[in-house]
Design a protein around this ligand. Structure first.
Ligand code: GLU
Length: 433
C-alpha cells in the first residue's frame, strides 16, 4: 500500500529529523543522509508465454554506503513505486547501522503481480532485472536479497544471471540463495527468529508472562508465520493471524504449527479456515485485517506491508506493545497518537533486522568459503539481536525517548562516525582562518 508519490519517503525521513534532536553530530551527517546516493529506474522487457512482449518497471536505490556496500532486498508487488523503494532503502541504511553490520542501505523492486506470472515468465523477469541493473550492483557495491514475494529460487536466478554477465561465479552479490548454491542455513527463518529474540530480550523488562500474553500477527508470510510459530512454541497465546485474504481469531489461542502446514498446502489463509482439518481442530472466528489490528491483545505484530497503522486507526489500537516485523507498518502520525496512548512501538529497523543479519552471515560465508552450522547461525543471530535490543532500550530509558527514536539515534551515531571519518569537514573547520 503506497501513499501518493514522495509521501512515504517524507514520512520515513521525518524519523531522522526527530532522532537528530537527540544526537550531537556535525551538519555534514544530516546533509549526507537527507538524499539517496544513487537511484536507478529501468524498464524490463519480458517475452510472455503467449508470445506477447510486456515491459515491467523496475528500480534500485542505493541510499547510503558510507558504512559498507549497500544491502537490501528486491520486492515484487503490484504496489511497488519509486517512493516505496527509496523509503525501504532509507530504512535499510538505519537497520544495518542499528545492528552494526558493515553495510549501507539499498533496495530494489519491480511493479508486478508475481502471482499472475508463470514460473518461466518469473524467471525471465528476474534475469531481465539483473541484466538491467548489473552495472549498479556487485558483492562490494550493492547486494540483493529477498523481500515481499521474492524467495530463494528467485535469488538463485539473480545470482546466476549476474555470474553469467561477469563470466565468473559471484555468490556474494545476492543473499537468501538456495543452500545448494551458497545460501546460509537459517536465512529463511531469520527475520521471524530475529523478531522472536527481540521479544524474548524484552520479556523480563516488560514483565511478560508468556502463558498470559496474547498476540495478534498480521501477515503470514516468511516473517509473520515464523515469529507466530516461535511465540506459540514458547508458550505465548497467539490468538489471531491473517494473510492478504483475511484472518482468524480464537481467544483460547491458535495451533500455529498446523496452520502453517495448512497454509503451505493451500496457499491461502481463508481456504484454511473455511475447510480442511484446522477448522475441526479449533474454534475460530473469521476477521478482517483491519479488525485484527484493533484486537484487545498484549502484543500486536504487523508483519505485512507498510502504512497499516495510521492516524485513521491508531486511536483504536488496544495492544500494549507493537513489534514491527514489516517495514514501515506504523506511520509517524500514528506514532504520535500511540505514544500518547502509552503504546510502546518496537521499530522495524530493530525488530525485523534478523533477516539482513543472517544475510550478512551468508555474505561472510560466501567470501570465506567456510559454511556455518545452523546452531552457529542461531547463536550469532541471538547474540546480535539481544545486544542491540538492550542497548537501544537503555538509550530509550536514559534519554526518555521512544524506542524508535532511540534506535535511530543509535544508528545515526554509527553512520555519523563513518561520515565524519570519511569526510573533509575537520580539515576545513580546523584550518579556517
Ligand atoms: N528484505 C529484508 C529486509 O527488509 C532483508 C534484506 C536483506 O537480507 O538484505 O530487511
Amino acid at each position: 500500500m503506497s501513499k501518493a508519490d514522495g509521501q512515504l519517503f517524507s514520512d520515513a525521513s521525518h524519523r531522522l529529523t526527530t532522532a537528530l534532536e537527540h544526537v550531537d553530530l556535525p551538519d555534514d551527517v544530516l546533509e549526507t543522509l537527507k538524499y539517496p546516493k544513487a537511484q536507478l529506474g529501468v524498464s524490463i522487457p519480458v517475452r510472455m508465454d503467449n508470445g506477447e512482449l510486456k515491459i515491467f518497471p523496475g528500480y534500485r536505490v542505493r541510499y547510503d554506503d558510507t558504512r559498507g556496500p549497500a544491502k537490501g532486498g528486491v520486492r515484487y508487488h503490484p504496489g511497488v513505486s519509486f517512493d516505496e523503494v527509496q523509503s525501504l532503502a532509507f530504512w535499510m541504511t538505519f537497520k544495518c547501522a542499528a545492528l552494526n553490520l558493515p553495510f549501507g542501505g539499498g533496495k530494489g523492486g519491480i511493479t508486478v503481480d508475481p502471482k499472475a506470472l508463470s514460473r518461466m515468465e518469473l524467471e525471465r523477469l528476474s534475469r531481465g532485472y539483473v541484466d538491467a541493473i548489473a552495472d549498479f550492483i556487485g558483492p562490494d557495491v550493492d547486494i540483493l536479497a529477498p523481500d515481499v514475494y521474492t524467495n530463494p529460487m528467485i535469488m538463485g536466478w539473480m545470482m546466476d544471471q549476474y555470474s553469467i554477465i561477469k563470466r565468473q561465479i559471484c555468490r556474494g552479490v545476492v543473499t537468501g540463495k538456495p543452500l545448494a548454491i551458497g545460501g546460509s542455513v537459517g536465512r529463511d527463518t531469520a527475520t521471524g527468529m530475529g523478531a522472536f529474540f527481540v521479544i524474548e530480550a524484552m520479556k523480563p523488562k516488560l514483565n511478560l508472562n508468556p502463558a498470559q500474553t496474547t498476540v495478534a500477527v498480521q501477515g503470514f508470510g516468511n516473517a509473520g508465520a515464523v515469529v507466530a510459530e516461535l511465540l506459540d512454541q514458547a508458550g505465548y497465546k497467539v490468538v489471531a493471524v491473517s494473510d492478504s485474504q483475511g484472518g482468524i481469531y480464537a481467544p483460547q489461542g491458535l495451533d500455529i504449527t498446523s496452520i502453517r502446514k495448512q497454509k503451505e498446502a493451500s496457499r491461502a489463509m481463508k481456504a484454511v479456515y473455511c475447510e480442511g482439518s484446522v477448522c475441526s481442530l479449533i474454534e475460530h472466528e473469521t476477521i478482517t485485517n483491519d479488525q485484527l489490528l484493533t484486537l484487545d491483545v498484549d502484543l500486536l505484530i504487523p508483519a505485512a506491508l507498510e502504512n497499516q497503522i495510521t492516524a485513521d486507526n491508531a486511536t483504536q489500537i488496544q495492544a500494549n506493545y507493537i513489534f514491527e516485523v514489516a517495514n514501515g507498518p506504523v506511520t509517524s502520525a500514528a506514532d504520535a497518537i500511540l505514544e500518547q496512548k502509552g503504546v510502546t512501538v518496537f521499530p522495524d529497523i530493530l525488530v525485523n533486522a534478523g533477516g539482513v543479519t543472517v544475510s550478512y552471515f551468508e555474505w561472510v560465508q560466501n567470501r570465506s568459503g567456510l559454511y556455518w552450522t545452523e546452531a552457529e547461525v542461531h547463536r550469532q543471530l541471538r547474540q546480535k539481536m539481544v545486544e542491540e535490543t538492550e542497548t537501544i532500550w537503555l538509550i530509550a530509558q536514559t534519554k526518555q525517548v521512544s524506542v524508535r527514536t532511540a534506535a535511530y539515534a543509535h544508528a545515526l551515531n554509527r553512520i555519523g562516525e563513518a561520515v565524519t571519518a570519511q569526510g573533509t569537514r575537520d580539515y576545513y573547520v580546523n584550518h579556517r582562518i
